[in-house]
Write a protein that binds this ligand. Structure first.
Ligand SMILES: NC(=O)c1ccc[n+]([C@@H]2O[C@H](COP(=O)([O-])OP(=O)(O)OC[C@H]3O[C@@H](n4cnc5c(N)ncnc54)[C@H](O)[C@@H]3O)[C@@H](O)[C@H]2O)c1
Ligand SMILES: [Zn+2]
Length: 419
């Protein structure tokens, strides 16, 4: 394909596919990455007639023939991706589709959040229409959360719904955004303001694609993973405390296990509440303050995961201030967030500004901010918070940081005394 620079770490070179039953990726990659092509792990998402499977397998991206056949993909397929992802993984996918006799139409977008607009949706729809895609044609989302949200929304509205498949390539996308069917774009007045619930037909996850993710994006994704431990699984949280150094090094077995457990928790929560009327809201832990900080930083100062890292620590601290949890819960969350390499301190915005940004979020109901507060690790409570409580907490938090920025323990002690 002219115009696409493709350096695929697993596609070029001595591919042993078909000759070596243990490993179906190039020899040099096996040596470099310690890759074993294992049997796939399937995580079901139970949503009645909209149920689907998440398939997790190292090396899957180069060996999708079976999945393509099983899903009944034929004729024409649109592949929505971005330039960064295309450079690494598009050529391999095109090769697979070609071998399956499927005609692929790549739609390559500029990378980043600023692409998540209605203008981009119009572009995707224009390509689909001009190539005469039918309602039964498939759309593939190859990329991070931005690509997944865009492709999913385009699939939801093209001819009132065409089948789509998520092939997520960031940690946020593999552990969170590709599962659950939230699709959409940003509006000038708010993030994710326009969209639809629309479930994929399948989610195909190759954890090895995370190897090429830039470090900042990788670390940002760890915030969502930690979130799952806090909201639903203390054992998982404990394993993250134990394995964080290996996770930061992206050790394949640890990464695969973490992606799998994250998907299981997300599938479980979404299965119980597809359209976020109740239980699904626990996924917003860390996002009430996190989204406010993202907005105040103009989506540049902090990437999403960094804002959620701070949000999780500060919301736990606020929960402690309100008497919902003990300070050791706050400290365990803070320690893990720091170990992941994420920021944890509240930037010095005035309380009123942060509150106002929190009020603009979708988590506001009847003029109140509904927060998700940890009672312990693995267990959260949903509860409204008023501005006065937030202001009192914020005042103490800001002044304690200003007095002794390095002593978190004494800060928590002092804050509790004053509260
Ligand atoms: N739908 C949901 O339920 C849901 C949940 C969480 C987040 N989101 C959305 O997801 C978006 C954030 O997702 P994201 O962090 O994946 O952002 P992203 O899609 O912008 O990807 C981050 C960067 O990594 C690059 N990249 C992706 N995969 C790569 C790879 N394997 N190797 C090298 N580079 C790679 C991308 O080109 C981009 O530059 C936000 O828009 C957020 O609103 C949606
Ligand atoms: Zn998030």
């Amino acid at each position: 394909m002219p115009g696409y620079a493709t350096i695929h770490p697993f596609s070029d070179g001595n591919c042993l596919h078909g000759k070596d039953v243990l490993c179906a990726v190039p020899v040099q990659c096996r040596v470099l990455y310690g890759v074993m092509m294992t049997s796939p792990t399937i995580v079901p998402v139970s949503l009645g007639e909209r149920s689907y499977e998440i398939v997790i397998q190292a090396g899957l991206i180069d060996h999708l023939e079976e999945r393509v056949h099983e899903l009944g993909v034929r004729g024409k397929v649109g592949i929505v991706t971005d330039r960064h992802v295309a450079r690494h993984y598009l050529r391999g996918l095109l090769r697979v589709l070609d071998a399956c006799g499927v005609q692929a139409v790549p739609i390559i977008l500029p990378p980043g959040e600023h692409s998540k607009t209605l203008t981009t949706i119009k572009h995707i729809l224009d390509v689909l229409a001009s190539h005469r895609f039918e309602r039964s044609s498939f759309l593939f989302a190859l990329g991070g959360g931005v690509v997944g949200d865009l492709a999913g929304f385009a699939a939801a509205i093209y001819q009132r719904g065409m089948p789509f498949v998520q092939i997520p390539t960031t940690l946020i996308a593999q552990s969170d955004s590709s599962v659950g069917g939230k699709t959409g774009v940003d509006h000038r007045l708010g993030k994710n303001l326009i969209g639809a619930f629309y479930q994929p037909k399948e989610v195909w996850i190759d954890p090895l694609t995370l190897r090429t993710l830039p470090k900042r994006e990788w670390v940002g994704g760890l915030a969502e993973v930690i979130k799952y431990g806090v909201i639903a699984d203390d054992m998982f949280f404990r394993s993250l405390e134990r394995d964080m150094p290996k996770l930061r090094d992206r050790q394949p077995d640890i990464v695969a296990a973490v992606v799998k457990r994250s998907c299981e928790i997300k599938a479980d929560v979404v299965g119980a509440d597809e359209r976020e009327s109740d239980r699904r809201r626990i996924l917003n832990y860390g996002h009430t303050i996190g989204h406010a900080l993202e907005t105040l930083g103009g989506y540049k100062a902090l990437i999403h995961g960094e804002a959620v890292g701070i949000g999780m620590v500060q919301e736990a601290d606020l929960a402690c201030f309100m008497g919902v949890c003990d300070k050791d819960v706050v400290e365990r969350i803070r320690t893990l967030v720091r170990a992941a390499g994420l920021p944890h301190r509240l930037p010095s915005w005035p309380s009123a500004k942060v509150w106002k940004a929190m009020m603009h979020d979708k988590k506001v109901s009847g003029g109140q901010v509904i927060g998700v507060w940890p009672e312990g690790i693995g267990c959260v409570r949903m509860m409204p918070i008023d501005e006065e409580t937030f202001r009192r907490w914020h005042q103490i938090e800001s002044s304690s940081v200003a007095v002794r920025p390095s002593s978190t323990k004494s800060r928590v002690k002092r804050r509790r005394t004053r509260a």
